[in-house]
Write a protein that binds this ligand. Structure first.
Ligand SMILES: [Zn+2]
Length: 384
């Protein structure tokens, strides 16, 4: 599907909503959001260097109300605050005020435990998870529509070597000069054999999911080779809050003194308390097989789980049958689109156009209907 010029024009007019991107990785590109065709960017924070930048981007493109975004003609940024699994080793989970020695900490969270002192000394002083959660909570409160993200688990990621391992010129990567890049990312450095232990990653993820639950915020989740572990972790949070299965609903409605859920003082009391799990979760650039969708979409799962797809990750190779099968299997109202790009501007727009067209083609939607559906999905995911 290519979409006629008029169709594409009305697609942008109706509104294209990027559910996951990183324009603050090239902070100078944030001013180009004003010139973009996409109406809304959901901008992720990932590490120490970009939390303030995401906040600044959100202040440049503020959102007054959900209505504002649904009907607005301006450009908007919805911020997401969180700590990405690729940086989870930089955080320590020690409750006491005395932080652990950096070397001790890194030896305990990296696998295999490094004994290369040059490498260990190149790593930043670990920061406190508890302090980060406090800061993130106040940011989330300052932005009532903000999400928690980007958080998650990654089993394939390995740490890059220290900055001293940088050789030569890395500017060719984007055509820009090196200082345009927000520091802290891999920056073309070679990889070490070290991974962050899955237990440590889980602790950092769980704490952030708890925060999202406490404030009732949606979450954008990164999961690479870890869908089962992510699901198990989420399931442990909603244990005891499952929705009744079809069979149970049938049984309840035919019981002689059926007591419908939701009435009675007890239930009203319960509904005031925050749930122990985030209400809405987006599995971003979902890379799992179609089979694995079943557990996330089971009618007993009490959180609404969305799946977002990007042209860059899901359709980067020509044989993208897996992504096609997954997109066919996700219900209409749970599909989101994203660019996942590190730079705002024309390329971001064209990646968004590409994935909208791709999804419409796979689902057999007209561009008009598809745009409306994707817009409604994003609004429901972010605002509830
Ligand atoms: Zn991302």
């Amino acid at each position: 599907m290519n979409g006629s010029k008029d169709d594409l024009e009305s697609m942008w007019e109706s509104g294209v909503f990027d559910a996951h991107c990183h324009p603050t990785d090239i902070m100078a590109s944030v001013r180009d959001i004003a010139k973009m065709k996409a109406r809304v960017l959901t901008v992720m924070a990932t590490r120490s260097q970009d939390q303030d930048m995401v906040e600044n981007a959100a202040r440049m493109y503020p959102v007054d109300s959900p209505q504002d975004i649904a009907e607005g003609t301006s450009k908007y940024v919805i911020p997401a605050f969180g700590w990405h699994p690729w940086f989870s080793h930089q955080m320590h989970n020690v409750e006491s005020d005395a932080s652990p020695s950096a070397i001790e900490h890194y030896k305990s969270v990296l696998v295999p435990a490094p004994d290369d002192m040059d490498f260990l000394q190149s790593l930043p002083a670990p920061r406190s998870l508890r302090q980060f959660l406090e800061q993130t909570e106040s940011r989330l409160k300052a932005f009532p529509f903000a999400l928690v993200g980007e958080v998650g688990l990654d089993r394939s990621f390995r740490l890059p070597q220290g900055p001293s391992a940088m050789t030569g010129d890395t500017s060719s990567k984007t055509g820009g000069s090196e200082e345009e890049y927000t520091p802290g990312s891999r920056e073309g450095r070679p990889l070490t054999p070290y991974r962050v232990s899955i237990e440590h990653q889980k602790a950092i993820l769980r704490a952030q999911l708890d925060l999202a639950a406490k404030l009732g915020r949606p979450v954008s989740v990164h999961s690479v080779q870890a869908h089962g572990v992510v699901f198990d972790l989420m399931q442990s949070m909603w244990k005891g809050h499952e929705r009744p299965s079809k069979r149970e609903r049938k049984r309840n409605s035919s019981a002689p003194h059926a007591h419908a859920a939701g009435d009675g003082d007890n239930d009203a009391e319960k509904s005031k308390r925050p749930l122990p799990f985030p209400p809405r979760i987006c599995m971003h650039s979902y890379s799992g097989p179609a089979e694995a969708l079943k557990q996330f979409l089971s009618p007993t799962v009490p959180a609404d789980i969305y799946f977002s797809f990007s042209a860059a990750i899901n359709f980067s190779n020509p044989s993208s049958d897996k992504a096609t099968n997954v997109i066919k299997a996700v219900p209409d109202d749970r599909i989101l689109i994203e660019s996942d790009l590190h730079c705002a501007g024309e390329t971001m727009d064209s990646l968004l156009r590409e994935i909208v067209l791709k999804i419409c083609e796979i689902r057999g939607w007209s561009l008009e209907d598809g745009t409306k559906q994707l817009k409604a999905n994003w609004i429901r995911f972010v605002f509830g």
